[in-house]
Design a protein around this ligand. Structure first.
Ligand code: NAD
Ligand code: UD1
Length: 330
């Protein structure tokens, strides 16, 4: 299939482009590079030895995006393009609502006009809010504590409503748990701008000596050792989940958790990283971070039963591959 990947130069998008190309699909990327670099497109080509068509455009720009739809016979879209920094979304709500919602609406509009009926959307486990773990797709969603999370819940609703009145429209809402790691080549990975907000990129910067120590946000949660528990998923497994969802997509709306089903605490992840890479990660315990929940992990049965996908890579591979990329990355 010819797949339009919005945000394909980004962290999850680039790994998914590799997985799509390896599965024999053709990839067209639309990305405005607001949080990524054009050289990532070359790296995707380098890893796969395949061609990628790249448009440096903003997905909220309907006129620019229509050129892509008019030029290529697109069979399906995967919509990664979006802003994702939770703290920034609290500071700048309008920018987040505009970018994340208008991009989803413009893309849906053009899908309708050009009769593109397969739509895969990047959602997040954040839409479950502070529900009881493990999170199951059938749960009622709880309000999130920030505009970023709200854009995910709202985009899910917009796509669901569109599908209700368009019987041919097939939508997969993929709720990611915590993507970490990198392609095993060490060529592509996660390279956030500035000081990372998320745990794994922070750990790799500390290991590299660029930050002096990790600050662990709270050790008084009701968890195995008091630190926050998350379901970390290797980004290559996550990428393969998109290919599986696309291949199996049928009319209607299908929601899938993409996680491993295993919870890992902050301290467990730090220890696993130290052991996998034989390197020390100094840390201190500080106050809880506002908006954090104690535990978040997936019930993964639905993706396994319906699209035949399960995560294969464990915490050791996640730590090893994250570190390999960080060491290679200037
Ligand atoms: P990323 O920032 O690395 O990638 C997003 C890409 O979209 C970037 O290349 C950016 O330049 C591009 N982009 C943003 N707005 C755009 C626009 N209006 N037009 C064109 N391009 C635009 O982020 P990521 O981690 O790869 O996340 C991809 C998607 O998955 C996002 O929608 C994010 O919200 C969602 N998600 C990510 C995580 C995570 O932990 N990384 C978790 C849950 C959901
Ligand atoms: C965060 C976002 C969530 C988003 C997800 C994507 C918040 C409040 N939530 O979730 O909306 O979908 O990223 O991956 O930002 N930790 C530390 N020290 C650090 C960084 C993190 O102790 O320097 C802890 C956190 O308290 C948490 C765990 O590590 O227990 C994971 O944190 P993080 O990587 O930021 O992800 P989430 O909080 O799950």
């Amino acid at each position: 299939m010819n797949i339009l990947v919005t945000g394909g130069a980004g962290y999850i998008g680039s790994h998914t482009c590799v997985a799509l190309l390896e599965a024999g699909h053709t990839v067209i990327v639309a990305d405005n590079l607001c949080n990524s670099k054009a050289e990532t497109i070359d790296k995707i080509k380098q890893i796969t030895n395949k061609e990628v068509t790249f448009y440096k455009i903003d997905v909220t720009d309907e006129v620019a995006l229509e050129v892509v739809f008019a030029t290529h016979k697109i069979d399906g879209v995967i919509h990664f393009a979006g802003l994702k920094a939770v703290g920034e979304s609290v500071e700048n709500p309008l920018e987040y609502y505009y970018n994340n919602l208008v991009s989803t609406m413009v893309l849906s509009k053009l899908c309708k006009k050009y009769n593109v009926n397969k739509f895969v959307f990047s959602s997040s486990a954040t839409v479950y809010g502070d529900n009881k773990v493990p999170f199951v797709e059938t749960m009622n969603l709880l309000p999130t504590t920030n505009p970023y999370g709200e854009t995910k819940a709202m985009s899910e609703r917009i796509l669901t409503d569109i599908a209700k009145v368009n019987p041919d429209f097939s939508v997969a809402l993929l709720r990611y748990f915590n993507p970490v790691g990198a392609h095993e080549s060490g060529v592509i990975g996660e390279a956030p701008n500035g000081i990372p907000n998320n745990l794994m990129p922070y750990i790799t910067k500390v290991a590299k000596g660029e930050l002096d120590k990790l600050r662990i946000f709270g050790n008084d949660y009701l968890t195995v050792d008091g630190t926050g528990v998350r379901d970390y998923i290797h980004v290559v497994d996550l990428a393969e989940g998109h290919v599986a969802a696309l291949d199996k997509l049928t009319a209607g709306v299908h929601i899938y958790n993409l996680g491993t089903g295993e919870g890992t605490s902050v301290l467990q992840l730090v220890k696993a990283f130290e052991e996998a890479n034989n390197i020390e990660v100094p840390y201190e315990i500080v106050e809880r971070r506002t908006g954090d929940i104690a535990s978040c992990y997936a019930d993964v049965r639905k993706a396994r039963n319906e699209i035949g996908w399960t995560a294969k890579r464990g915490i050791v591979e996640m730590c090893r591959d994250a570190w390999r990329f960080e060491k290679n990355h200037k």
